[in-house]
Design a protein around this ligand. Structure first.
Ligand code: GDP
Ligand code: MG
Length: 210
C-alpha cells in the first residue's frame, strides 16, 4: 500500500481581493455600506478615505478616455471624498460585481431592485459603488489606491501548491516527525516553540566575542 502523504495537495483556494469604492454620491451612507459588506461576509483588508484629483480620476478610469461620458465621470469622481476598500472573499471579484448590479443605477432600480447600485446609486454616472471587473484590473486598482502597502498577489491553484510544498511542508514535516517522537504534553505549544527555534528564514546567529 502506498504511504499516505502527511500533507495531501491542498484544495484549490480561490480567495481573491477586489477593489470596491464608495463613490461620492454614496459616501454619506458609508456606515450602511460597510454593514452590508460585512453581512455579505467579505473581509475588509484595507480602507482609506481620499479625494481624487482630476488627474488621478482620469488615470483610474483611463480605459474610458475619449468616451462621451468621460468628462462627467471625472467631474463626479473628484467632486467629493471617496472610500476605497480592499475586499477579500472566495471569488470576491465576480461576487462583488454581481451584488453591484447594472452599471446604470436607474436600470438597477428597475431590473435588479435588490442590488447595491439600486440601493445606493442615483443615475447613469452617479451609481454609488465601484467594483473591479477582472483579476488584473483588481490588482491594478488595489495598487493604484494603496500604493504604499505591500500587495503581493494571493497564490492560487498550482502556485499555492508549489508555494506550500517548497516553503512550508518540508519544515512542518520535520517538526511533526520530532513532535511524534517527543510526544510532549502540550503538542501545540511545543510545535509553536519548535517552529520559532527552527525557522529557516531566521537562522540562529551565534554571537562571537571579539
Ligand atoms: P462599471 O465597471 O460597472 O463601473 O462601468 P464602466 O467601467 O463601464 O464605467 C465606469 C463608470 O463610468 C460607471 O461606473 C459610471 O459611473 C460611468 N458610466 C459608465 N457608462 C456610462 C454611460 O453610458 N453614461 C454615463 N453618464 N456614465 C457612465
Ligand atoms: Mg468598469
Amino acid at each position: 500500500m502506498e504511504d499516505t502523504p502527511i500533507f495531501p495537495d491542498p484544495p484549490v483556494v480561490t480567495v481573491e481581493r477586489t477593489l470596491a469604492i464608495i463613490k461620492p454620491d454614496a459616501v454619506h451612507r458609508a456606515d450602511e455600506v460597510m454593514e452590508d459588506i460585512k453581512s455579505l461576509e467579505f473581509s475588509i483588508l484595507n480602507q482609506r478615505r481620499l479625494r481624487l484629483t482630476p488627474e488621478q480620476a482620469s488615470d483610474f478610469y483611463a480605459e474610458h478616455y475619449g468616451k462621451m461620458f468621460f468628462p462627467s465621470l471625472i467631474a463626479y469622481m473628484q467632486s467629493a471624498d471617496i472610500i476605497a476598500l480592499v475586499l477579500a472573499k472566495r471569488d470576491a471579484i465576480q461576487e462583488w460585481r454581481d451584488l453591484l448590479g447594472p452599471t446604470n443605477a436607474v436600470r438597477a432600480k428597475q431590473e435588479a431592485p435588490d442590488s447595491l447600485r439600486a440601493k445606493y446609486g442615483h443615475d447613469q454616472t452617479r451609481n454609488g459603488l465601484h467594483g473591479s471587473d477582472s483579476y488584473h484590473t483588481a490588482e491594478r486598482e488595489i495598487r493604484f489606491m494603496f500604493s504604499e502597502s505591500i500587495t503581493e498577489p494571493i497564490y492560487h491553484g498550482q502556485d499555492a501548491t508549489d508555494y506550500l510544498q517548497s516553503k512550508v511542508n518540508p519544515v512542518l514535516t520535520k517538526a511533526l516527525t520530532h513532535l511524534s517522537k517527543q510526544k510532549p504534553e502540550d503538542p501545540l505549544t511545543w510545535l509553536a516553540q519548535w517552529l520559532l527555534d527552527n525557522n529557516p528564514n531566521k537562522p540562529k546567529v551565534t554571537e562571537v566575542d571579539t
